[in-house]
Design a protein. Sequence first.
Length: 102
Amino acid sequence: MWTGSLRSAAMAELAPAYYLVVTGPCSPRGSAGTGEKKTPVGRVPLSVAELRKLLSKLMEKAGETIEQVLHWSDWRRRHQYRAQQCHYRRRGNHRLTEQLRL
């Protein structure tokens, strides 16, 4: 129940600010997942732009380890692949999704 604050009632019921904590591979608390391996997913190939991002991230040394940078890049490429597949399916290009899976 909303007890009143500077935030609106709708916002207060969604997620109180004190529940916001960092979880995942970058967190010292570890991943929030179940630990089960998911089915392997495709990735978009490394592009020149992605390689530039990787190199700049690795060279700037902003407190991230090499493993974290590579994990981020892997996640990003898997996400791009899923988005690409959904786009093709939505457009009705089923033949293209089959070719990309090979």
